[in-house]
Design a protein around this ligand. Structure first.
Ligand SMILES: *Cc1c(COP(=O)(O)O)cnc(C)c1O
Length: 468
């Protein structure tokens, strides 16, 4: 098989699979031993080169059969989207051109495309003109970046001397519903897990601001150094948005860095209807927003925005004789971000945005929100209790049979997955037993899909708990 035919074959396979694929079973039934044995049998020690055709056919079959299809319109999962075709085209071009974005002079077009794209999103978030931004591997890296930058801002001596030299121990605050990447970052930055204060949430799963205020006061009195509050705009569990206006006010008063983790919820800023959900996000010192969630592009495509360029510079400044000289009027990403070699992550986002237009994105985002509303209504018609009343499309629900302990949410979720949907059980504060969670993650999900889910979980309850 020629190289041309190989590339053409990969393209054909991608086209045949589609970007919101309905024809395949969502969840594979396969165990590790099967896949490992297959790899050993076909590839051995890679002693003999195989034809491109053989490898392509085998890989496509593995991806089709032994993969959980998150792009399926009935995958109601963990913020993993169907992908916009233009974004797939973008990622293909990036692989082939392989631009190196570390230094502006190595990839002028790519660097300017990213800058242009990020400036558009920064404007839509309402962040000030001087905001700096870059793409990251995902939300975890963007959150990590926020910690590093906030540390450099709050404790300039830390850049040189490290944490050990600080007279008072730095502490961070986030809600108990915040993303678990923060826990890992607390370890990776040397702050230590116990420096991350997980504050209680209210009945809507939003951070309790009074409890936060009390925790800050207590820590200051104990000789610690509060420096960072991480607000979540769209929690992974129930999609809750922390009260950003109050948090912005508190952080201004207390002189704390406000980072908003809007990995999923950031997309609300592209919809006039949903924008109010995240209002005051423009007052954040930094923001995380993943394009690979609600913006429907392939992983990984995180974004980090910061309205304090000086702190970013202090955190990441780097110079070495082997890197090209910086060019006036540009910033080299290797000396302004955590990464060094840098993939052109932004092209798939740029191409999706250009192909859909802002209006197309608005429609797509609002369609998913509409499907969330439709799912809530369909569940309520079948006597389910729906948690929360926000307009973002994460739908958590339970019913008397689950809440009362006759059926475990995990069993009902597993049963539902066997009917070719994907939903998950979720433990939620204030509920004695886990509930079910379903998120609209595909722009291709239709009314019939959400009705089918409600009908199916209703039937599942009847099957698993026969009313004897
Ligand atoms: C997904 C998510 C993250 C982590 O982002 P990755 O892209 O998976 O690294 C962080 N915070 C929130 C709120 C998320 O939803």
């Amino acid at each position: 098989m020629s190289d041309d035919a190989l590339l053409q074959g990969a393209l054909d396979a991608a086209r045949d699979f589609g970007c919101a694929e309905r024809r395949h079973r969502i969840a594979p039934e396969v165990d590790p031993a099967t896949i490992r044995a297959h790899l050993r049998e076909v590839y051995g020690d890679f002693a003999q080169p195989l034809s491109g055709q053989t490898v392509l056919a085998d890989v496509v079959r593995m991806l089709r059969e032994w993969n959980l299809h998150i792009t399926h319109p009935r995958y109601f999962g963990l913020f993993n989207p169907s992908v916009v075709p233009a974004s797939v085209a973008g990622d293909l071009l990036v692989a082939a051109f392989n631009p190196q974005l570390a230094a502006w002079s190595h990839a002028p077009a790519a660097n300017e495309i990213e800058r242009y794209t990020l400036a558009f999103f920064a404007r839509r978030l309402g962040l000030p003109e001087h905001t700096v931004a870059h793409f990251t591997s995902g939300g975890a890296e963007a959150n990590h970046t926020a910690f590093v930058v906030a540390l450099a801002d709050g404790f300039p001596e830390h850049v040189e001397q490290g944490l050990a030299a600080l007279p008072r121990r730095p502490v961070v605050y986030a809600s108990g519903e915040s993303h678990h990447s923060l826990d890992k970052i607390a370890r990776a930055t040397g702050l230590g897990r116990s420096a991350l204060r997980l504050v209680a949430v209210d009945t809507a799963m939003r951070i309790d601001v009074a409890a936060l205020r009390a925790a800050i006061e207590r820590d200051r009195a104990a000789g610690l150094a509060p420096f960072l509050v991480v607000a979540t705009a769209g929690t992974t569990g129930v999609g809750a948005v922390d009260p950003l206006p109050e948090l912005a006010r508190l952080c201004a008063e207390e002189r704390l860095w406000l980072h908003v983790d809007a990995a999923w919820g950031g997309a609300a800023c592209l919809s006039p209807r949903l924008r109010a959900e995240i209002s005051s996000i423009e007052r954040a010192d930094s923001v995380t927003w993943d394009a690979h969630k609600y913006l429907s592009v392939p992983m990984g495509a995180g974004m980090f925005f910061c309205s304090r360029p000086g702190a970013v510079r202090r955190a990441f400044e780097a110079r070495t004789p082997y890197m090209p000289q910086p060019i006036d009027g540009t910033v080299d990403p290797y000396s302004s971000t955590l990464q060094w070699s840098r993939r052109h992550t932004g092209l798939k986002v740029f191409m999706a945005l250009a192909a859909l237009g802002e209006e197309g994105y608005r429609r797509q985002i609002e369609h998913q929100a509409d499907m969330g509303d439709a799912m809530r209504a369909a569940l309520r018609r079948r006597r389910f209790t729906v948690l929360g009343d926000g307009p973002l499309p994460v739908v958590c629900f339970t019913r008397q049979e689950i809440a009362g302990g006759r059926i475990a949410a995990a069993d009902l979720a597993a049963w539902t997955v066997r009917q070719n949907f994907w939903v998950s059980p979720l433990r939620v504060p204030g509920h004695e037993r886990p509930v079910l969670r379903a998120c609209i993650t595909s722009y291709a999900t239709q009314q019939g899909d959400v009705e089918a889910l409600a009908e199916t979980v209703d039937r599942g309850i009847a099957e698993l708990a026969p009313s004897s």
